[in-house]
Design a protein around this ligand. Structure first.
Ligand code: SAM
Length: 367
C-alpha cells in the first residue's frame, strides 16, 4: 500500500472549503484564506477534515455535526492494512466521501474493480470529479444507500465501510464471496470505537475486533436516546441523589470503555464540564464530584459500576479479545470463543440484552 499512498495526491481530494470548529460550531474555512494551514491539515497524519456538515444544510450560525469527511491518514492506513487487498480483488466501499480511499484501493487492486457507494448526491458528485481529475477513471461512484450494498457488482472479495455501524447489514454478507472479508467500524450507543474484521462463510460472517477507530455513523443508523427528551427542571428536582458508587477512572481505558459499552449497548454516555452523563430510552444519570443524580427506572450508575467490575473480574479483556458473528437473524458479540454465549446467562448487567440490537449513536468524532 505504500506505493498507493505515494501515487495518490491527497490534496486533490480535499475541497477548497472545509469545516473547522471555532467558537463551539463548525465554520467554513477557505483554502485561499490561509493556504499553509489548509495544507498542514491535509497532510496531518492524525487529522480528519470535515468536508460537509449537517447533511449539507448548516444553519447560518454554523454547523452542528460533521456528516462527511476525509478520514485521517493514520486511520486510512490502519484500515487498509486490515483489509489485506490484493491485485485483482473486487471491492465495495460504503461511504465514498471524497473518493480518496477508493483511489488508494484502486491503486492496489488495479483498474475497474472498485465500486464506492455514497448516500449524499453532492458528496458523490465531488468524489466522482476528484477521481476523474486524478485519473482514477476505473472507480465507480454510485449514489446509493450503502446499507443495501450493491448487488450489481457482487460477489466482492472485500467490503469496507468508512462509516460506522451498530449492526452489520445481512445484505453485505450476502454480497461477499465465501472467504472474503468485511471490514467495518462498529459502535454501540455507549462507545464508538471498534473496528471489526469479519470473514464470510456460507451462513455467517465472523471475526474479531481488530482495532479502535471512530467514524461518523451510517445515515440510517444514527438514532440514539436523546437526553433532551428526558431531562427537564422537573426531572432534575425528582432525581435521586446518592454517593456515586462507581470508579469512572476505569472508563479512561479504551478496552474497558469498549467492554462496558458492549454490556450497556443501549445507553449513551459522555463526559461534559467535569461530570459524566448517561442516557437510556427512559432514564438518565449524572455524576459529578462523587455524587450521582439519577432519574427514571434504571440505575445507570450502578449498571456501569457492575460492568466495570465485571471487566476487572474477567481479567481486563482487551478489545481484541471480543468478536462478532453476523447471521441472517441478527448479530452476537462473543468473548474469546465464538461458540460460547456472552455474556453468560447468570452474568447479565441490568437490562443489557444478550443480542445487540441497540440504536446507533449520532455522528461524533471522525476518524
Ligand atoms: C468518513 S466519510 C468517508 C470517507 C471516505 N471514504 C474518503 O476516503 O474520503 C463517511 C461517508 O459515508 C457516507 N454515508 C453515510 N451513510 C451512508 C450510507 N447509508 N450509504 C452510503 N454512504 C453513506 C457519508 O455521506 C460520508 O460521505
Amino acid at each position: 500500500m505504500r506505493q498507493a499512498f505515494m501515487a495518490v495526491p491527497r490534496e486533490q481530494f480535499v475541497p477548497e472549503t472545509v469545516w473547522v470548529v471555532e467558537g463551539g460550531a463548525y465554520r467554513p474555512f477557505h483554502r485561499q484564506s490561509d493556504p499553509l494551514r489548509w495544507a498542514r491539515m491535509v497532510y496531518d497524519p492524525v487529522q480528519s477534515i470535515a468536508t460537509q456538515v449537517d447533511d449539507g444544510t448548516p444553519a447560518a450560525t454554523g454547523g452542528d455535526v460533521p456528516t462527511s469527511s476525509i478520514s485521517e491518514p493514520r486511520a486510512v492506513m490502519s484500515m487498509l492494512a486490515e483489509l489485506d487487498l490484493h491485485p485483482g480483488h473486487q471491492v465495495l466501499e460504503i461511504g465514498a466521501g471524497t473518493g480518496y480511499n477508493a483511489a488508494l484501493m484502486a491503486e492496489r487492486t488495479g483498474p475497474g474493480l472498485v465500486t464506492t457507494l455514497e448516500i449524499d448526491p453532492q458528496v458523490a458528485r465531488g468524489a466522482r470529479t476528484a477521481l476523474h481529475q486524478t485519473g482514477h477513471h476505473g472507480v465507480t461512484v454510485v449514489e446509493a444507500d450503502g446499507e443495501q450494498g450493491w448487488p450489481q457488482g457482487a460477489p466482492y472479495d472485500r467490503l469496507v465501510a468508512t462509516a460506522s455501524v451498530t449492526s452489520v447489514p445481512w445484505t453485505w454478507v450476502e454480497q461477499v464471496r465465501p472467504g472474503g472479508l468485511i471490514l467495518a467500524p462498529f459502535r454501540t450507543t455507549f462507545c464508538s470505537h471498534g473496528l471489526v474484521r469479519l470473514t464470510v462463510s456460507g451462513d455467517r460472517a465472523e471475526g474479531r475486533f481488530a482495532g479502535a477507530l471512530t467514524f461518523m455513523a451510517l445515515r440510517g443508523q444514527r438514532t440514539r436516546p436523546r437526553i433532551d427528551a428526558l431531562f427537564s427542571a422537573r426531572s432534575w428536582e425528582e432525581s435521586r441523589e446518592s454517593r456515586a458508587a462507581v470508579d469512572l477512572s476505569a472508563l479512561a481505558n479504551p478496552h474497558a470503555e469498549f467492554a462496558v459499552g458492549l454490556r450497556l449497548s443501549d445507553v449513551a454516555h459522555w463526559s461534559q464540564d467535569g461530570g459524566h452523563w448517561w442516557c437510556s430510552q427512559d432514564s438518565w444519570a449524572y455524576i459529578t464530584e462523587g455524587t450521582a443524580y439519577q432519574w427514571g427506572p434504571r440505575d445507570l450508575a450502578r449498571e456501569t459500576g457492575a460492568a466495570v467490575q465485571w471487566w476487572e473480574d474477567a481479567g481486563r479483556p482487551a478489545l481484541f479479545d471480543f468478536g462478532l458473528t453476523v447471521a441472517a437473524d441478527g448479530h452476537r458479540v462473543w468473548l474469546g470463543d465464538p461458540s460460547e454465549m456472552w455474556p453468560p446467562a447468570a452474568d447479565q448487567v441490568g437490562d443489557t440484552p444478550r443480542t445487540l440490537t441497540a440504536p446507533a449513536p449520532g455522528t461524533g468524532m471522525l476518524a
